[in-house]
Design a protein around this ligand. Structure first.
Ligand code: C5J
Length: 220
């Protein structure tokens, strides 16, 4: 398959060797009362990509492709949350504190679940990650290798933090990654725009980008 209009040049992929990766589409970031809001962000910005992402998810499922969902999630005792992460900044609630959707960024809490519209179904992978990148302390690389995955299509939040970190980690591990531009969002539109430019600069130095309509056209 080919996304001919991808930037900076066409992106070729084999459906059987490609996974759709949705980064951190969890209530903590997208709904009021979660981690995103405690940091002072307007979370409604992120809701805007949900319908587009849902269409992509449904089309990818219909095509039979592997789906990977990640969640930024810590153990209840926070043993996997270094002080440098826990104490940084001045949020109204810190990781592990009790918020309106349970403990912030803690595994198993209501706020840590993927939003209903994109909820995983049987056979899809759900990866809990303590870091911003999806490979750090998750074992995901080994699982993808065992499945023969070489290409990764990315969506999710936030573009310049967990999505970009995951794409960079993937790039260093030898995957060809493409970011679906309208399936990712940031609390800071300028950061999203800059991240997209960075990813595809210098001959796809991190990877490719394309609007999701081009993926849907390739899947038809
Ligand atoms: C952040 C994320 N922004 N999923 N996490 O803290 O991007």
């Amino acid at each position: 398959m080919r996304i001919a209009q991808a930037q900076p040049f066409p992106y070729d992929f084999d459906l059987q060797k490609t996974a759709l990766v949705l980064i951190d589409m969890q209530r903590d970031f997208i709904e009021p009362g979660g981690f995103g809001e405690t940091l002072g962000n307007d979370v409604s910005l992120l809701e805007a990509i949900v319908p587009t992402t849902k269409v992509v998810l449904q089309s990818w499922r219909a095509a039979g492709g592997l789906v990977v969902h990640t969640r930024e999630a810590h153990q209840p005792d926070l043993s996997d949350c270094p002080p440098a992460k826990l104490n940084r900044g001045n949020p109204t609630l810190r990781i592990g504190d009790e918020g309106p959707m349970g403990r912030i960024l803690v595994r198993g809490e209501p706020g840590n679940q993927i939003i209903d519209a994109l909820a995983p179904i049987a056979g899809e992978w759900v990866i809990d990650k303590p870091g911003k990148g999806m490979f750090y302390a998750t074992g995901l690389h080994e699982k993808l290798q065992a499945r023969g995955i070489t290409h990764l299509l990315f969506g999710g939040v936030t573009t310049e933090v967990c999505v970009q970190t995951s794409m960079r980690e993937a790039n260093d591990r030898g995957y060809d990654g493409l970011l679906l531009e309208d399936c990712t969002e940031s609390y800071f539109p300028a950061f999203k725009a800059a991240a997209i430019e960075m990813i595809r600069a210098q001959g796809a130095i991190v990877g490719w980008t394309a609007p999701s309509a081009q993926l849907l056209a390739a899947l038809k």
